[in-house]
Design a protein around this ligand. Structure first.
Ligand SMILES: Nc1ncnc2c1ncn2[C@@H]1O[C@H](COP(=O)(O)OP(=O)(O)OP(=O)(O)O)[C@@H](O)[C@H]1O
Length: 488
């Protein structure tokens, strides 16, 4: 029965989410727990839902940057390559600029080179080509680096930390702060993978819930955690002697400043470190506020920027359909599906409620539907996206907040069941472009269909059309011949 199959689809999605959740989280630490979670490559830390964690409950209202970033990490299978050149601003413009084309040129410790190759990295990514020589230079250089998520920043600073550690010295030498526990955990996993052949190097998580006995001195070499706990461990509890730190990494600076308190805590940690400590800061974006923060964290920086590959609407055919209600929009959608073959489509709705309703209706019509919804945990959302990518479902219904920044390259049809608007009700051109645009290199032809159901949404559509200076054609979904034409 239709309703049953929908319920079954949800069950399947959830089961899949559980099975692919490769975080292997064992338990959630109590706020007053006593265990210390140190790891080498064989052990896994516990889950903490605290400290700036992912609040997915108010999804439609809140753009949760940390959750988005985590989602991107969970679903990423490859390096996001770029044909853009890196922009480099050197602290000392007279010193020669090194860049490397191979990992051998970096003269890494053999155990680390082995680790890099074991991860399947054949050559440095664009940003790594320039960032790695700077980070591994003697004397160490400070660096601020910005490039979009997935371009190899984490791998770069993990390699730098592992290279600078002296495992014979049994005390913390590298600190890495991340905005949330979950993000810290992802970085920890990269440290464990890359350090697989270097088991002498130990790692510990400075996260709330990881309580150590008073007076204890940490023996692990790398400490990774969230700013509040890291600050406490350096200052209040003195588990770490900040004066011995050689490398300080601040990851996801843009996410960090979006979380109340994290910016101050990070600056306070940085102040406890010696002048000689290498400061490294990474960010996916570089707006004014991030830049101001970066300059406070990293004195005398070298700066590396890698521009994002630009998306265009050039290869996209855009249409709009006039309707009066959401039911009519659904009917129009059914007509489109009845007339043309759509391999895979993404459908965007404004609210979670509409997305849920639409997914149910489509499912009742016999479509294999995946729903990305705000109530889902990030790991579950990652699982849904993976299933869709694998072609297990043909339609992905989602709200924008859930799907922001997600690239599903094989999707050739995008349907805006609701047009993207910002919180003031103005057209959100950037989101429109990101939903349906394609970068030049992946410039496959695409089809975008916008559903218009009021004067207001018609106005939004006109403004989007004007903004991009690209005509959006009207489509009559009652005319089968007309629909067939759009697919040709
Ligand atoms: N040199 C490389 N060759 C091949 N794959 C790489 C290389 N460097 C990193 N990767 C892989 O590419 C993906 C993205 O890398 P990484 O996580 O370091 O990017 P990032 O810029 O830090 O992104 P984010 O900010 O989202 O973490 C990962 O799966 C990583 O294992």
């Amino acid at each position: 029965m239709a309703t049953d199959s929908w319920a079954q689809a949800v069950d399947e999605q959830e089961a899949a989410a559980e099975s692919i959740s490769n975080l292997q989280i064992k338990e959630k630490p109590e706020e007053n727990g006593t265990a210390a979670y140190a790891t080498d490559s064989s052990s896994t830390p516990p889950k903490s839902g605290t400290e700036g964690g992912n609040k997915t409950t108010d999804e439609d209202d809140k753009d949760d940057k940390a959750a988005q970033s985590l989602l991107n990490k969970l679903i990423r299978s490859n390096l996001v390559d770029s044909t853009n050149q890196v922009e480099v601003l050197q602290r000392d413009p007279n010193s020669p600029l090194y860049s490397v084309k191979s990992f051998e040129e970096l003269r890494l410790k053999p155990q680390l080179l082995q680790g890099v190759y074991a991860m399947g990295f054949n050559r440095p990514s664009k940003i790594q080509e320039t960032a790695l020589p700077m980070m591994l230079a003697e004397p160490p250089q400070n660096l601020i680096a910005q490039s979009q998520s997935g371009t190899g920043k984490t791998a770069a600073f993990v390699l730098a930390m592992l290279s600078h550690v002296d495992p014979n010295n049994k005390y913390p030498q590298c600190l890495c702060v991340s905005p949330t526990y979950e993000l810290a955990l992802q970085t920890g996993k990269v440290i464990e993978q890359m350090g697989k052949h270097y088991p002498e190097v130990k790692l510990v998580y400075a996260i709330r819930g990881n309580k150590l006995p008073r007076g204890m001195k940490l023996q692990e070499h790398i400490v990774i955690g969230t700013p509040g706990t890291m600050l406490d461990w350096c200052t209040k509890f003195k588990f770490i002697d900040p004066k011995m730190i050689k490398v300080f990494v601040l990851d996801e600076a843009d996410v960090m400043i979006a979380t109340q308190g994290h910016q101050d805590q990070s600056i306070r940690i940085q102040r406890t470190l010696p002048k000689s400590c290498q400061m490294l800061l990474f960010s996916a974006t570089f707006e004014e506020s991030v830049w101001n923060f970066a300059q406070r964290i990293v004195p005398d920086p070298n700066i590396i920027k890698l521009k994002r590959e630009e998306e265009t609407l050039d290869t996209i055919k855009q249409y709009y359909v006039l309707c009066n209600s959401k039911e009519e929009k659904f009917q129009a959608l059914c007509n489109i599906y009845g007339a043309i073959t759509i391999a895979q489509a993404m459908i965007f709705c404004h609210t979670r409620k509409t997305a849920g309703w639409l997914a149910g209706e489509l499912s009742r019509e016999g479509h294999q539907v995946a729903l990305l919804s705000g109530e889902m945990q990030v790991e579950q959302r990652a699982a849904v996206i993976e299933r869709f990518r694998d072609g297990k479902e043909k339609v992905l219904v989602t709200t924008n907040v859930c799907a922001r920044g997600i690239d599903v390259e094989q999707v050739s049809v995008v349907i805006n069941f609701d047009l993207p608007v910002d919180k003031d009700g103005n057209p959100d051109n950037e989101t429109y472009l990101h939903r349906i645009g394609r970068t030049g290199r992946f410039g496959k032809r695409g089809l975008a269909i916008n559903m218009v159901d009021s004067k207001m949404s018609m106005n939004i559509l006109y403004r989007i059309q004007e903004h991009f200076n690209k005509k959006i054609e009207k489509l009559d979904t009652d005319d089968l011949d007309e629909i067939e034409k759009i697919a040709s």
